[in-house]
Design a protein around this ligand. Structure first.
Ligand SMILES: [Zn+2]
Ligand SMILES: [Zn+2]
Length: 260
């Protein structure tokens, strides 16, 4: 039975991760995963080195106890679409998560202040506009952690806010992604951080299905070996509750449906 973590970071290429790809693979095997996608950060503003990443990946894959997929979390492709395409062409990638952490006009949502609800609302509007543009560029397989700003608005900012008022805008993004043969992920990092925030939440997962969405992956967003595959069973249960019968796997960026 397919059981795989499709969002993980290693210290071989992610500045904010603790363990190398080989350690992630060992942890995946210990947790009973059937495969593991390594999706290190490849941000447009960074000096990501495809060759070094591929070398580290190949070395780990040779002796890995589980099949490894070469992936990246492509950050902010909208800020430099030419470089994004160059990165996608520079590696024999299995899987690409498209992430949007930072608006064109500001810093990562992680670094912003959230003094009041109106500020949050205007930031969310911009986030959704630019995520739509990101989607139109199409440099990804699944969109990462939809509703990402909530992690910091609700968490550190303490704001009582969600995406209920933005269902129409989210549906537009979904429809565009679906029309291009792209999908979304269910990001479980909120379970790891004990905030409980699912990105996106079950209501928006259901909306995705209502829009005709079928392609979906699930990942812990682990930044250390110990977190690989954590809460994955819960994640799969949440997808079943949202009405999904299949989850998506990737090889050479081609989706395949696996029974949930
Ligand atoms: Zn991310
Ligand atoms: Zn990530």
């Amino acid at each position: 039975m397919f059981f795989a973590d499709y969002h993980t970071h290693s210290s071989d290429a992610s500045f904010d991760a603790a363990d190398g790809i080989a350690s992630l693979a060992a942890s995946a095997a210990a947790r009973g995963l059937t495969e593991l996608a390594v999706t290190d950060h490849c941000d447009m503003g960074s000096d990501f080195a495809p060759r070094a990443y591929m070398a580290a990946f190949s070395a780990a894959a040779e002796s890995s106890p589980v099949p490894l997929l070469l992936g990246i979390e492509l950050g902010e492709s909208l800020h430099n679409p030419a470089r994004a395409r160059e990165m996608l062409g520079a590696m024999p990638l299995d899987f690409v998560i498209g992430a949007y952490h930072r608006l064109k006009s500001s810093d990562d949502f992680y670094l912003l202040d959230y003094p009041d609800i109106p500020t949050c609302r205007s930031l969310i509007r911009l986030y959704l506009e630019e995520l739509y543009e990101t989607c139109a560029e199409g440099n990804f397989d699944v969109l990462a952690h939809l509703t990402y700003p909530l992690r910091y608005m609700r968490g550190r900012g303490g704001m009582d806010i969600d995406f209920t008022a933005y269902r129409a805008e989210v549906a537009q993004i979904y429809r565009l992604a679906i029309s291009q043969g792209k999908g979304i992920e269910l990001n479980l990092s909120g379970l790891l951080k004990k905030t409980g925030l699912l990105m996106p939440d079950i209501e928006l997962l259901r909306l995705y299905r209502e829009c005709g969405g079928k392609i979906i992956t699930c990942g812990s967003d682990a930044h250390c070996a110990a977190d690989v595959g954590t809460h994955l069973r819960e994640g799969y249960d949440i997808l079943r509750h949202a009405g999904f019968a299949y989850i998506t796997s990737y090889r050479e960026r081609r989706p395949r449906y696996e029974k949930l």
